[in-house]
Write a protein that binds this ligand. Structure first.
Ligand code: BES
Ligand code: MN
Ligand code: ZN
Length: 475
């Protein structure tokens, strides 16, 4: 059997049969609502005529539904909306597959996976779908001689999934810090177990985040600190993921050269990666506590921008001489890391498109993994191997940290060119004393350039795999 997922609308997929559901009192499943709109109310009409029923497990197969690309629509009763549990999901799906078993349907799209099934995560919906299909196809023929009954011709089964956000590829005039904040808020509206708080510049100022605020000094676009919280295991210390959210990085006064500067719209891929991981964790309903912290800013030059040589005080109290305004990622991350200490993290991982040097070192194939905690580093790297989203270890150490010495402040924000990825990691390590911390530099892996230009979604697979592993949820 071939399984696939699709974000296309139920009415727009040219399969042999699409399965939709009807709840009590005529409430439609989201797939049914789409079919009904596309067919100008045909489902409602059938419901009124009594041709289709909301009774759990009653299924009617309709053909030639106008405005719908699928050859058949299997409308199955789901019973009471408030009682739609995994048991009822199985009963409805079993009935729908039973009803179409006699038809010539080779390709079927199940849209019941879009429903809010009480107590079931998307993992279980996918699994129950495969189990239901396996049961529907099963025939015991070993002891039969002569002609065997025809098998159900099912070859491909699709599972409808909600349309994904794609903030990585959005241009910087659309995907602003406020837009990122709204994306996070939308996620918490869709998942009751996720809450989102957005801190304004005034609040960040009160917290003493002057390093972060120095990066946003040149733009009129307001900076945001996005703080998300998922509770899947009350009473345990959380994992905290911190993602660099620079929605556009011109370099500031230390301006970048024009060629490929457009690609600096991808400088928020760390933020997209941690928010994306939060979405996966919430959908999988993992038994874990997870916090996501995203410092979101735009780095522009202007008359109010931070100058090379300016000195700022970070939230940690340490002062920083900003020698290069293009090394802005570490300036926002250090305050976000200090802020994250309030969650008393069991583990904290930051994710950032931090250094061009990382692209030189590892190319586009491996995310750089830096940690002084060998177990954490090994766990992240092994999760990357399992998820086909690989990382590679890079060192952290005092040998590199000396590069950051400043004559005028506690530290400078840049070292020399040698080992640029490592000195950036060393800078962050000054803000994570005593924490079980790892730093991921995704500068080479977060997007593709040239003809294939676009965000890759990395390192969501690696991080999700790491968190699944922590829950003991992997074989
Ligand atoms: N966002 C860039 C890093 C980057 C550059 C990622 C090219 C992917 C491709 C970061 O803010 C930056 O500009 N880093 C500087 C640091 C330097 C000034 C120490 C860099 O790598 O050049
Ligand atoms: Mn930069
Ligand atoms: Zn940057």
């Amino acid at each position: 059997m071939n399984y696939f997922t699709t974000t296309s609308a139920a009415s727009r997929r040219a399969v042999d049969c699409v399965i939709v559901g009807i709840y009590d009192r005529g409430r439609m499943s989201s797939g049914a609502a789409d079919i009904d709109t596309a067919s100008k109310g045909s489902l409602k009409k059938h419901l009124k005529n009594g041709d289709i029923s909301a009774q759990l497990g009653r299924c009617t197969v309709l053909t030639d539904v106008a405005g719908v690309k699928a050859a058949r629509v299997a409308a199955v009763g789901l019973g009471k909306y408030s009682e739609f549990s995994s048991v009822n999901y199985r009963r409805a799906l079993d009935a729908a597959l039973q009803s179409i078993s006699g038809s010539k349907s080779r390709q079927v799209l199940n849209t019941l996976t879009l429903e809010d099934v009480k107590g079931a995560s998307s993992y279980y919906l996918a699994r129950f779908t495969a189990q239901a299909v396996g049961d529907a196809m099963y025939q015991f023929t070993a002891m039969k001689s002569g002609r065997k009954a025809a098998q159900m011709p099912l070859k491909k089964v699709g599972m409808a999934i909600a349309k994904r956000g794609d903030v990585g590829n959005l241009p910087a005039n659309v995907c602003t810090p406020s837009y990122l904040a709204r994306t996070a808020q939308k996620l918490s509206r869709e998942h009751s177990n996720v809450t989102t708080r957005v801190l304004s510049e005034a609040e960040m100022k009160r917290l003493g985040m002057h390093s972060l605020l120095s990066v946003t000094a040149g733009t009129t676009e307001p900076a945001k600190l996005i703080v998300m919280q998922y509770k899947g295991k009350p009473g345990t210390k959380p994992v905290v993921l911190v993602g660099k959210g620079v929605t556009f990085d011109t370099g500031g006064i230390s301006l970048k050269p024009p060629p490929t500067m457009d690609e600096m719209k991808f400088d928020m891929c760390g933020a997209a990666g941690v928010i994306g991981t939060m979405a996966a964790v919430a959908k999988l309903k993992l038994p874990i506590n997870l916090n996501v912290v995203v410092p979101a800013v735009e780095n522009l030059p202007s008359g109010t921008a931070t100058r090379p040589g300016d000195i700022v005080k970070s939230m940690s109290g340490q002062t920083i001489e900003i020698l290069n305004t293009d090394a802005e990622g570490r300036l926002i991350l250090c305050d976000a890391l200090t802020y994250s200490k309030r969650f008393k993290p069991d583990t904290i991982i930051d994710v950032a498109t931090l250094t061009g040097a990382c692209v030189i070192a590892l190319g586009h194939h491996r995310t750089a993994v830096m940690s002084k905690h060998d177990k954490l580093s090994a766990d992240i790297i092994s999760a990357g191997i399992s998820a086909e989203d690989r990382g590679w270890p890079m060192p952290l150490g005092d040998e590199w940290a000396v590069e950051l010495k400043s004559n005028f402040a506690d530290m400078a924000n840049v070292g020399g060119r040698p080992g640029g990825t490592i000195t950036a990691g060393c800078f962050l390590s000054k803000f994570t004393e005593g924490l079980n911390w790892a730093h991921l530099d995704i500068a080479g892996t977060a997007w593709k350039s040239g003809k294939l230009k676009g965000a890759t979604g990395r390192p969501v697979p690696m991080l999700t795999e790491y968190l699944l592993g922590r829950c003991g949820a992997l074989p």
